[in-house]
Write a protein that binds this ligand. Structure first.
Ligand SMILES: [Cu+2]
Length: 143
């Protein structure tokens, strides 16, 4: 059972207990489940792998409590793919420098980042401050 169905069921069964609670269904960052495609927990993108079609928009949402980045690995993109990074940097190195210089590119709790994928293939990306903890993901784009 998905979470929304569960909440709907619980709401019906315990309407008296939950009435007035506006936080039902919202994560720590204040985002609702359908506000994003890929969430961000303490040290992970959830899910780590997502499959979309050419032309689809992917929305990352920080539903955790810490700042994160979405930063593509230039070497982890298909030929011809557009580089993407929160903060709109032009390269992985530029994003790293801007982060260490003042947390530029930060996606704060409750914020989102969006990118539209136009090139088929695997797009690998990571979070700069949590790279060493293995915070990385892949967007698989199919025709
Ligand atoms: Cu992170």
């Amino acid at each position: 059972m998905d979470r929304r169905a569960f909440l709907a069921t619980a709401g019906g069964a315990f309407a008296g207990a939950t009435a007035g609670c506006v936080d039902v269904g919202l994560g720590d960052g204040g985002l609702a489940d359908d506000d994003y495609d890929v969430g961000m927990s303490a040290n992970a993108f959830v899910p780590e792998r997502i499959e979309v079609s050419v032309g689809d928009e992917v929305v990352w949402g920080n539903n955790g409590t810490r700042g994160h980045t979405v930063t593509a690995y230039e070497s982890g993109l298909p030929d011809g793919a557009t580089f993407f990074a929160s903060g709109d940097f032009e390269s992985t190195d530029a994003a790293r420098e801007a982060w260490s210089g003042g947390r530029e590119g930060n996606i704060a709790p409750g914020e989102t980042f969006t990118h539209t994928f136009e090139t088929p293939g695997e797009h690998r990306y990571f979070c700069i401050p949590h790279e060493r903890k293995g915070m990385a993901g892949v967007v698989v784009v199919t025709e």
